[in-house]
Design a protein around this ligand. Structure first.
Ligand SMILES: *Cc1c(COP(=O)(O)O)cnc(C)c1O
Length: 233
């Protein structure tokens, strides 16, 4: 049986090789372990192998694990769809949110972020493949949304996140990641402190890193196949 620790070594090697191939320093790409549907014991195994950043999609499931693992210095990222009534618990329990796609949600997170915690790191999720009914801000509105969110207290706006349409076509993968990278550079003209491109999952970390990803979100390659279906939205 392949262990989670072995998987971590392999994923790290894949990231390092992709960085080398792209002539990028390896420490510019952070691995986010996507742990939705995995239990606390599996997360702990990965933590003991050296992983500290964990991404969760479903709030209640995440809160259970955050409580169970509270004695460990894990860093929690929320990466799933956000309903307004969930913002308080997200603001109170996470360090990062990758899936902000509208001002209302950002305002609530800003209001509800406890004063004793550092600012909440925020990425705007962009519907980069222009899919109907998909989460994410539309490309044309991203710059405005960034400017509005940049004004809010208690948040630290970091950059952009996307889940491009699933495809095995290398050119399409490359174009979607390049589009998100291009959008970030546009936004950086007004907001030079933006430094994060959250893109690339198990199947496409290499093209994502080639196009400038600074965070790759990896689940299956670390933990194995998920035992019940849950497509990212
Ligand atoms: C599930 C998920 C991932 C990880 O997908 P894998 O294919 O298992 O690596 C990454 N990002 C988001 C937003 C997800 O929901």
């Amino acid at each position: 049986m392949i262990s989670i620790a072995n998987n971590l070594t392999q994923v790290r090697t894949a990231i390092a090789n992709a960085c080398q191939g792209a002539h990028r320093p390896a420490d510019k790409v952070q691995l986010l372990a996507v742990s939705k549907t995995r239990n606390s014991a599996q997360l702990l195994e990965l933590y003991r192998a050296g992983q500290t950043h964990f991404g969760e999609n479903y709030l209640q499931e995440a809160l259970d694990k955050i409580a169970a693992l509270s004695q460990y210095p894990l860093i929690w990222h929320f990466i799933g769809p956000i309903q307004s009534n969930k913002t308080r618990a997200i603001a109170e329990n996470f360090s990062w949110v990758h899936s902000v796609d509208r001002l209302k949600i950002a305002r609530r997170l800003a209001e509800q972020r406890p004063a004793h915690l550092p600012p909440l790191n925020i990425c705007i999720q962009v519907n980069i493949s222009v899919e109907a009914n998909k989460a994410g801000c539309c490309i044309e509105q991203t710059a405005d949304l960034i400017s509005q969110i940049a004004e809010l207290p208690n948040l630290k706006l970091r950059g952009l996140m996307a889940i491009p349409k699933a495809t095995k076509e290398p050119l399409e993968q490359q174009q979607a990641f390049a589009a998100l990278a291009g959008l970030l550079s546009q936004c950086q003209q007004q907001h030079p402190s933006l430094d994060t491109l959250s893109m690339g999952m198990s199947a496409d970390i290499v093209p994502a890193i080639e196009q400038g990803a600074t965070i790759v979100r990896v689940g299956t390659a670390l933990f194995g196949p998920r035992s019940y279906p849950n497509t990212p939205s």
